[in-house]
Design a protein around this ligand. Structure first.
Ligand SMILES: Nc1ncnc2c1ncn2[C@@H]1O[C@H](COP(=O)(O)OP(=O)(O)OP(=O)(O)O)[C@@H](O)[C@H]1O
Ligand SMILES: [Mg+2]
Length: 406
């Protein structure tokens, strides 16, 4: 027998032992061998007694499920904010100083680490609301703003909606993408010139779209930064760009949509933003995700816990509130949504760091975005705000409340 065969056999034996050990450990853990007799033996004894068999199976199921469900319910609130850690490297003094100064341009970030909660729907409609509200009688008292809308999600759903709403603007300059805002080798004036604008439907709106390819850019830039081969601190590129005269003097408001991930784009958005709005569906999972996101925002705002020199990435970011989305439905669904909202208030109220971000009483906006088929249908080909008066009324309420909080 060769040495390789012997090692191979040994491996088989060790694997079998480990497997048996694992099974025994799991068996003990779940009480299979507890009591007078192992549970499995009792199950065999109860062969012809169906009632006893049912009780034993229910007992076994209960013992297995209990620890799992405990783990699941504890899981989300206790997850430490590891995914922030990679972004919490020390900041060069000049960038740290810049982060502590306020710019004059309000930058509204629409974000949440949970996917599919209508972030993009909210961002697009708010951009249309702020850029066009003067055109509608209900909001006549307010004036239009010069709005810059930025898509920082490579999925590009905001881009499809916005570009078609902006109408016949011809083929895009291939360089007119959000990465132009984050490139160290593009000047501020060049970046400004690359914006998509000039739509007759939305004359006050400028836009930077994103497509697949943006994720490639993000990965490359993050890697270069982590390996110290970046010419600058990649986390501050958007902040610097939006603080430049080319942008500060030509816009009144910036709105940013991000994907449900803490990528380079999202971190730049959190660093640059002055205000944060968090759309969320009102179910338990989504509510847990909001709490998790708020914890990460808190860490980025306050700096790393216990660090001698805390890295404050977004000291001025103001959490405006949580916007309930996809609401409505039958009474039972509405009741569940109300329960989830109450649970979120309790979670935030019980955590000093989260309370410091926003008071539990202020947490939820009173306006909401109901689930609406016409809105979903309209979003296939345009920004729904441009489509019907009913949609505009819904968005006007959300926009007005956000504006009041800003
Ligand atoms: N008020 C609404 N009524 C009905 N459908 C909606 C509404 N808002 C959004 N949707 C639909 O729900 C889906 C998710 O919306 P949206 O893309 O805005 O979410 P998201 O949070 O941006 O998702 P992602 O995390 O993938 O970026 C889309 O199909 C959208 O058309
Ligand atoms: Mg989206």
């Amino acid at each position: 027998m060769s040495l390789t065969d012997t090692v191979g056999d040994l491996n088989v034996v060790l694997t079998a032992l480990a497997f048996t050990g694992g099974c025994l450990a799991a068996g003990y853990r779940y009480g299979l061998f507890s009591g007078r007799k192992p549970l499995l033996a009792r199950l065999q004894d109860a062969n012809n007694d169906l009632a006893e068999k049912g009780r034993l199976i229910a007992d076994l199921e209960g013992q297995v499920r209990q620890p799992i469900s405990n783990q699941v319910s504890q899981c989300a609130p206790d997850i430490p904010p590891e995914s922030v850690q990679v972004w919490l490297r020390e900041i060069a003094t000049a960038d740290a100083t810049l982060a502590t100064q306020r710019g004059k341009l309000p930058i509204l970030l629409v974000a949440n680490l949970k996917g599919g909660v209508a972030k993009t729907m909210v961002a697009a409609n708010l951009a249309a609301y702020f850029a066009r509200r003067n055109n509608y009688p209900a909001t006549q008292a307010l004036s239009n703003k010069r709005v810059l809308l930025i898509d920082l999600d490579y999925q590009g759903s905001l881009s499809r909606m916005t570009l078609s709403a902006m109408g016949a603007i011809g083929p895009l300059n291939p360089r007119s993408h959000a990465d132009a805002l984050l490139r160290a080798d593009v000047s501020d004036d060049e970046a400004f010139a690359l914006r998509v604008s000039g739509s007759s439907a939305l004359p006050n709106l400028s836009f930077f779209p994103a497509t697949y390819g943006f994720d490639d850019f993000e990965t490359r830039e993050q890697f270069a930064w982590l390996t110290n081969s970046s010419p600058d601190d990649v986390r501050f590129r958007l902040l610097k760009r939006l603080r430049s005269p080319a942008f500060e003097n030509n816009f009144d408001l910036v709105i940013i949509d991000t994907g449900p991930r803490l990528t380079l784009g999202s971190v730049n958005a959190l660093v640059a933003a002055t205000h944060l709005i968090i759309p969320t569906a009102s179910d338990t999972r989504s509510i847990e995700a909001v709490a998790l996101f708020l914890r990460r925002v808190s860490t980025m705002k306050r700096g790393q816990l216990g660090g001698a020199n805390p890295v404050r990435l977004c000291p001025h970011l103001q959490v405006l509130g949580v916007l309930p989305t996809l609401t409505g439905g039958i009474a039972a669904q509405v009741a569940l949504q109300e329960d989830a909202a109450a649970k979120l208030k309790t979670v935030v109220g019980a955590d000093a760091d989260l309370r410091a971000l926003i008071a539990p009483g202020q947490l939820l906006l009173s306006a909401e975005l109901p689930r609406s088929q016409p809105m979903q249908k309209a979003a296939e080909s345009t920004i729904p705000y441009l489509e019907t008066g009913a949609i505009r009324r819904t968005i006007n309420e959300i926009g007005a409340e956000i504006e009041k909080r800003m």
